[in-house]
Design a protein around this ligand. Structure first.
Ligand code: ADP
Length: 626
């Protein structure tokens, strides 16, 4: 406040009072002062009034003072000198008033500027307080400041939370405290400050150290602070822990790439859409199915991939599902017609899955092209029937050749006997002594003819019904006969057959001809496998197997089974031979299984292969024999 009151009336009243008091004082001091300087006390009064009450009251006080000075105490002695003195007083009063006003103005200015300063200080304090609250309240952020030498000068609560140091512990300490030892050794703390000073601000991601020695991945911003004159005065650092954020980002990236890899390899087409039907992703297989690239489809309505009437209705399907929740296709799958880019359509099996994260709902469609499946099924069927046909033909062929061999003997014998008898009968007087021999020959002829008939009947039965006729057969005999056929020409090639037949495995319940066919096949394969190898040994062994079974093993010292065919060795048409049909082992399996056994292969230690098959024993009591 410049004047003591805002009220003009009071200020004027005070002015009058001051003049009156001055006049009173002058009156009291009159005995000492006399008539000397009647204006002097008034000049002081005017000065007081102008300073305390302002311009207007001071004018009033001047006029009143002039009046009093001239009129009192003795107006009768008024002289010209008094008049001049009065004029001089007026000038002086004017001067005092102007001077007082000037002082008042500068005082006013001073007060105003003081007021502004106080206001600003208050604002600044408020701002600083709010800023501090803000900084301390920033969760996950360490905010601190460094001086030029890199010593901590300001430390916020966030820094305490993040780095573990309390303000009192860390003030004035070097910033290198927060760097891992290797970074300190490499001079990184100093380099960072130099760089911040050069670039005025830089941001990086790097490892930082907590008080407890643990490290964390941090996002760090260093800002250089300058004075108004542009002199560097320190640095502000904002640090946040991004270890978890980075881990989450890495996880998302990994999931994305994982999903990508699935999308690119999943054999069914896969289309993901949002709840408005817009395509979000389109797998590699879908690209192949529809002829569109991912780019051409993403962001467009999935109905472009459908034929009528689904094409026009699809948006409605989704709307109805979202409104009613009634699942017509989701989770069930349906056959629909899809439209390729080139306008052709194909039947597909569509299965739809739904996923929602609470905010967004997506639908994933798996598409299987049924054209291909149908074609594949047809192909497979054709192949199967061909296979059956060929294996039948082959089985018959093999059987026929085996039988031809078997028939050859009785027929040759019959021919021999018949020729002998004919020669005997050519004599017009045959020797009666030869009659018994002729009868015997005829008996043999009949026997051989019956045997041939038997063989032929069994061939017919086998081809007609595919059934086996099991009889109890001595196993060693069966093996010997089959080996004789199978090993034909083997000895000439230097192959030495070894028979290792366990005495207990004497009799088996089998279709003899069929099992002989198996043995012949295995023996021939073994001979071919041995070829011209350094070791040429072929072993045929029998051993008791599981109760009720005998195991027959044909082993060779050949090169072993080609690795590529091991898995499907017993399947039809698997062969490594230029002229091989790849049917032998397949037929062997059919026969062994039809006879109640099983067949398998085992690599032989030291090279070569064991082929094992089991046969049903006819003599249970021999089970425990050697
Ligand atoms: P094919 O003799 O007409 O090839 P197989 O069914 O008899 O038909 O045999 C299939 C394939 O199995 C043969 O091509 C051969 O590669 C392999 N194989 C069969 N037996 C042996 C064996 N003892 N040693 C090595 N490979 C064999």
């Amino acid at each position: 406040m410049l004047t003591w009151s805002r009220s003009p009336f009071l200020r004027f009243a005070v002015a009058v009072l001051v003049v009156l008091l001055t006049e009173g004082l002058r009156f009291v001091l009159a005995p000492w002062l006399g008539d000397r300087s009647p204006f002097l006390p008034f000049t002081l009064a005017i000065l007081g009034v102008v300073l305390w009450c302002g311009f207007g009251p001071a004018i009033l006080a001047s006029i009143l003072s002039l009046g009093f000075a001239l009129a009192f105490p003795d107006p009768r002695h008024f002289s010209v000198g008094d008049g001049l003195e009065g004029i001089l007083f007026l000038f002086t009063a004017t001067g005092i008033i102007l001077f007082g006003e000037a002082i008042n103005r500068s005082r006013r200015k001073l007060i105003e500027s003081e007021r502004l300063t106080r206001l600003r200080t208050h604002d600044a304090e408020e701002l600083a307080e709010e800023l501090n609250l803000l900084i301390d309240g920033a969760p996950g952020y360490a905010i601190y400041m460094l001086d030029l030498a890199g010593n901590v000068t300001i430390w916020n609560q966030g820094a305490e939370r993040l780095l573990g140091w309390r303000e009192a512990e860390v003030m004035g300490r070097q910033v290198s405290l927060f760097y891992p030892p290797d970074a300190v050794a490499a001079g990184k703390p100093e380099r960072d400050l130099v760089r911040a000073a050069e670039e005025s601000r830089f941001i990086e991601e790097d490892w930082r150290l907590r008080k407890d020695g643990s490290e964390f991945l941090a996002s760090i911003a260093i800002t250089a602070l300058f004075t108004e004159e542009g002199r560097l005065r320190g640095f502000a650092k904002i640090v946040s822990d991004i270890t978890e954020q980075r881990a989450a980002e890495d996880m998302i990236k990994w999931r994305e790439s994982h999903l990508r890899s699935i999308l690119s390899t999943v054999p069914d087409g896969m289309v993901v859409i949002d709840e408005t039907g817009i395509v979000l992703s389109f797998s590699t297989a879908a690209e192949a199915l529809f002829g569109y690239t991912e780019k051409e489809v993403i962001g467009r309505n999935v109905s472009m991939l459908m034929g009528s009437p689904d094409r026009e209705r699809h948006d409605g399907y989704i709307r109805r599902y979202l409104e009613t929740g009634e699942k017509r296709i989701i989770g069930k799958g349906r056959v629909v017609f899809a439209l390729r880019k080139n306008g052709t359509s194909f039947p597909m099996e569509l299965s739809i899955g739904e996923a929602t994260d609470g905010m967004q709902r997506i639908f994933t469609g798996f598409i299987r092209d049924l054209t291909e499946r149908r074609q594949t099924e047809e192909k497979l069927q054709t192949l199967q029937s061909e296979l059956i046909h060929v294996s039948r033909v082959s089985a018959m062929g093999t059987m026929a050749s085996t039988l031809a061999h078997e028939l050859n003997q009785p027929i040759t014998a019959i021919a021999n006997y018949v020729e002998t008898i004919r020669d005997q009968l050519a004599d017009p007087h045959p020797d009666p002594a030869a009659f018994p021999m002729m009868r015997e020959a005829l008996d043999e002829t009949a026997k051989e003819a019956l045997r041939a008939g038997h063989i032929v009947r069994r061939l017919r039965d086998f081809v007609a019904r595919g059934e086996v006729e099991k009889t109890i057969e001595p196993l060693p005999d069966l093996i010997n006969e089959a080996s004789a056929l199978g090993l034909m020409g083997a000895r000439e090639k230097g192959i030495e057959p070894v028979f290792d037949l366990a005495p207990s495995t004497l009799r088996v319940l089998v279709d003899k001809v069929q099992i002989q066919q198996v043995l012949i096949n295995l023996i021939r394969n073994a001979c071919e496998a041995i070829g011209n190898g350094p070791e040429r040994r072929l072993t045929i062994a029998t051993r008791p197997d599981q109760p009720g079974f005998v195991r027959v093993t044909v082993s060779d010292t050949g090169a072993g089974i080609a690795p590529g065919i091991v898995g499907q060795l017993f399947s039809a048409f698997v062969s490594t031979k230029a002229k091989g049909m790849g049917l032998g082992l397949s037929i062997c399996r059919t026969i062994v299984e039809a006879n109640g056994g099983r067949i398998w292969m085992e690599p032989r230690a030291g090279g070569g292969t064991h082929f094992h098959f089991t046969l049903v024993r006819a003599e249970i009591e021999d089970d425990h024999g050697g």
